[in-house]
Design a protein around this ligand. Structure first.
Ligand code: SAM
Length: 282
């Protein structure tokens, strides 16, 4: 009999992925972790019944969460990643040679250990890079207590259920703002607007209360089904969203990074919101 993984994120909408082989399964103190192989998506990581990343399409998600804000800012020396235990985002930010430090705060040590053993195709050698500092802690608590400042904060969290819920709160976003250098940027994993409308409205509403600018940009990631997914964008530097294409092109060329999804043209277009999304966050 064929076994299917059915994602349990939405009450009235499900995606299914055929399980060729279960590679690993464990219940950690924080969540249920499952790794299986699917013929189209390769290795698939699910936490608490929700797909987190897959070998085949992680590049779209991780490139758009890293290169877009880094090239928009242009001078990111220090990055804070909240969540992101699979290491895919960390690997992308470290491709910027000008980056001096990447602090990653992940609540679940077992996700990181697991990625180092089973997901090298996604995290590469990111956890061994001398610029990486891994902190095992709750992101909410970390940003509330740290004195450190970052040019960019990226929230690569699970959805707002379970341990990830606190990463969608006013208190968390306010502390992120405090931890940014002047003109720094906060970007967030903000779900698929068509099926997670309230989540996006909630986050962007809070960004607009706390920052000079709050919006989102979009990219289509096949495993996060239901339409394009949204990445939250919050900053006090409103110029960062309007960096001229030739400047983005020059920064991208100088960075010398090879990408499969990100291009400066995709970057500019990602902020163009379809009317239904613009209306929902208006
Ligand atoms: N790309 C993914 C998605 O959209 O489904 C997110 C991937 S990443 C694996 C999410 C990580 O966030 C998990 O490893 C989880 O342990 C971590 N996480 C959840 N809540 C957290 C918290 N409060 N503080 C720090 N990390 C957290």
């Amino acid at each position: 009999m064929t076994e299917w993984f059915r994602e349990t994120l939405h009450r009235d909408y499900q995606i299914g992925l055929r399980i060729e082989e279960v590679l690993f399964e464990e219940r950690s103190t924080h969540q249920h972790l499952l790794l299986f192989r699917n013929a189209r998506f390769g290795k698939v990581l699910a936490l608490d019944g929700v797909v987190q990343t897959t070998e085949a399409d992680e590049f779209i998600y991780h490139e758009m969460l890293s290169h877009l804000p880094m090239l928009a800012h242009g001078k990111v020396r220090r990055v804070l990643i909240v969540g992101g235990g699979d290491g895919g985002l960390l690997e992308e930010v470290l491709k910027h040679r000008t980056l001096e430090q990447a602090v990653q705060v992940e609540i679940d040590a077992s996700v990181v250990e697991f990625a180092k053993t089973h997901l090298r195709s996604i995290c590469g050698g990111a956890y061994e890079d001398p610029r990486t500092e891994l902190v095992i802690a709750d992101g909410l608590k970390y940003v509330a207590e740290t004195d450190r400042r970052f040019d960019l904060i990226v929230v690569d969290s699970t959805d707002p259920v379970g341990p990830g819920e606190v990463l969608f709160t006013r208190a968390f976003y306010a502390d992120c703002r405090r931890c940014l250098t002047p003109g720094g940027v906060l970007v967030t994993q903000n779900g698929v607007p068509f099926v997670q409308t309230e989540e996006l409205q909630h986050s962007v509403g809070l960004f607009r209360e706390l920052f000079a600018e709050g919006t989102c940009y979009l990219a289509t990631v096949p495993t996060y089904a239901g339409g394009p997914m949204a990445f939250g964008w919050a900053t006090d530097n409103t110029a960062l969203r309007e960096v001229p294409p030739e400047t983005l092109q020059a920064r991208f060329a100088a960075a010398g990074i090879e990408t499969r999804y990100y291009t400066p043209a995709v970057h500019a277009g990602a902020f163009a919101l379809p009317r239904y999304v613009a209306d929902w966050i208006a």
